[in-house]
Design a protein around this ligand. Sequence first.
Ligand code: GAR
Length: 230
Amino acid sequence: MSVDNASQPIKPLRIAVLVSGSGSNLQVLINAMQAGALPIEIVGVISNREDAYALTRAKDANIPVAVLSHVAKGKRMGIKTFETHANEQLIAWQPDLIVLAGFMRVLSGSFIDNVPAPMINLHPSLLPVYKGLDTHKRVIQAGERCHGCSIHKVTAELDAGQVLTQAVLNVDINDTVESLQSRVQKLEHQLLPWTILLLAKNVLPLEANNTSSQIQTYLPKLPLQLLIDG
Ligand code: GAR
């Protein structure tokens, strides 16, 4: 993809989104795509749950979906089978970028190494702290004053790939797990489109070894942080 300049419109980034739940982050991307506010085309959505509301959002927007439910007719789909089908589907859609937006299955190293496009994950903590699950609860229990969300490259080690961007908030003394989750989600809804815009414009590096871009010479050290206190 070429670097944007004033006279040349940038080619839409083809995005595949993996989801497991409500899909509020997917909805933000759908809205931005439909409004022409982001140079993206969502080429497909994969869900590992057939009851994920994200599927309704995708179908309402006429986006192709693939349901690779990990429990179908009482039978569990093993991660290997899931990954084989997911990889075939991704190859068919030919995305430039794969976005894990609330995708809750742990993927294997061999799947991650062989997917047909770079993959990023949205995680509800200020990585590298609070990897894994129940981040809001653990942040409150630890009495942290700062919290937020991160977008990082997906690597074989869980939640450990290079962090590209973060959005930060101050934890309020009265925050509960629910209030913190809701406040962090509001940040996510700004961080995800902002990050994808930076990727689409080639400001942030998509490829593992893409460190030579002229623009990156002028970037501050990663992660870029959005300071929003909502
Ligand atoms: C988001 O808050 C995201 O940070 C979290 O799931 C939620 C999905 O919300 N992801 C993880 O916990 C990944 N480890 P959504 O379905 O409404 O977009």
